[in-house]
Design a protein around this ligand. Structure first.
Ligand SMILES: [Ca+2]
Ligand SMILES: [Ca+2]
Ligand SMILES: [Ca+2]
Length: 360
């Protein structure tokens, strides 16, 4: 199927979704940056069963000098979760991905601790490190693929881990902080050393309460994760410290996100190698009347720069993503992304991805 075939398929799928959808207006705007650890868990009482599926079609252009990537249709994820409250201030969430046969979330959370409005989370859950990582791989994220630094850097940039974390408000509720300790090995893995990774993250909107200020939508964030890969220097790598800086701003319904991510590897205690990435994303939420029903379309573009190794020349990759997300209703989203990769030497590897996301 060529690119035009994909676009036509996308439109037909959307029409099908529209016909099947309940005739209620779309109401789920602005959930892009929801932090499900602190809001969702206590929003419903009792035990709730839910899930989601992601079906993806991918097409990569063929290069005569590189092994071809076949066009592929794939069920990426099929997740079921159970979440609820054990009492008014203790919640839990367990999620299993049947497609990839693995536990994604298994956590318990306590809120309203004495003296401050703290939340303590324990178990296996998503790390609040970068804005992109918080949203990565969940349904209703903006882009189909996550950042290249999350997908290919070594050691892996885990978006989930096993540990314990405290979160709370700060600066008169203009900001939030998270402090946690983790194994550092990612989900469903035991620690391979005695050392624990330490994470500190905060974000703040200093002008949040100044309704007339043009700085009201400005948000800053920063994260630091001190990581230990191995206690034994002879293995080559012993530390992997990570940093992230975030800036967000919204103007006329366009949300701009700029992030810098770094991973500093201390190799044998003598040689530092830096992996780094930055990206700039702009996304516009567009509400329009379509067949007598309000529809939500998101149009976005993201430019990402990724250098996996500061000690190696010409290994940088630039990726431009152009995307359209059609939120057909509260439970169905159709996305089409065009990823344009520029690398040295140049190869033909641009891709078109179409993803159907269903929440149930
Ligand atoms: Ca460890
Ligand atoms: Ca480099
Ligand atoms: Ca290319």
């Amino acid at each position: 199927m060529n690119k035009y075939g994909i676009v036509i398929t996308f439109i037909l799928l959307g029409m099908g979704g529209w016909v099947l959808s309940a005739p209620t207006p779309y109401t789920e705007m602005g959930n892009r940056n929801q932090d499900d650890r602190r809001s969702d868990l206590f929003s419903k009482t009792g035990t709730n069963v839910a899930g989601y599926a992601q079906l993806r079609y991918s097409y990569t252009e063929d290069d005569p000098n590189v092994a071809a990537t076949p066009a592929n249709m794939e069920l990426k994820k099929l997740c079921l979760n159970i979440a609820g409250t054990l009492q008014y201030d203790i919640g839990y969430r367990i999620e299993y991905d049947f497609k990839n046969s693995q536990l994604t979330d298994a956590m318990m959370q306590m809120k309203h601790l004495p003296y401050y409005d703290w939340t303590v989370t324990l178990g296996q859950f998503k790390l609040p490190f970068s804005d992109a990582g918080i949203n990565l791989d969940t349904p209703y994220q903006d882009s189909i693929r996550g950042l290249m630094i999350y997908e290919s850097v070594t050691p892996v940039f885990h978006d989930r881990d096993v540990g314990i974390m405290v979160e709370g408000d700060m600066l008169d509720k203009k900001g939030v902080y998270s402090i946690g300790i983790f194994n550092g090995e990612g989900p469903n893995a035991n620690d391979t050393n005695d050392q624990k990774d330490f994470l500190i993250h905060f974000k703040v909107s200093p002008w949040k309460d100044e309704n007339t200020s043009s700085l009201k939508p400005l948000e800053f964030g920063a994260s630091f994760m001190k990581g230990v890969v191995s206690e034994i220097n002879a293995t080559g790598i012993d530390k992997a410290d990570r940093y992230c800086y975030t800036m967000k701003y919204e103007i006329e319904k366009v949300v701009f996100t700029y992030e810098n991510l770094y991973q500093n590897l201390d190799i044998d205690g003598t040689r530092d190698m830096m992996a780094k990435a930055w990206y700039l994303q702009a996304i516009y939420d567009w509400q329009l009347q379509f067949f007598n029903k309000m529809q939500s379309i998101q149009v976005f573009s993201r430019y990402e720069y990724y250098d996996p190794d500061s000690l190696t020349d010409d290994d940088q990759i630039h990726c431009t993503t152009l995307g359209t997300n059609w939120l057909v209703n509260n439970n169905l989203k159709i996305k089409i992304n065009n990823n344009i990769y520029r690398e040295t030497p140049k190869i033909k590897n641009d891709e078109v991805l179409v993803q159907l996301e269903i929440k149930f």
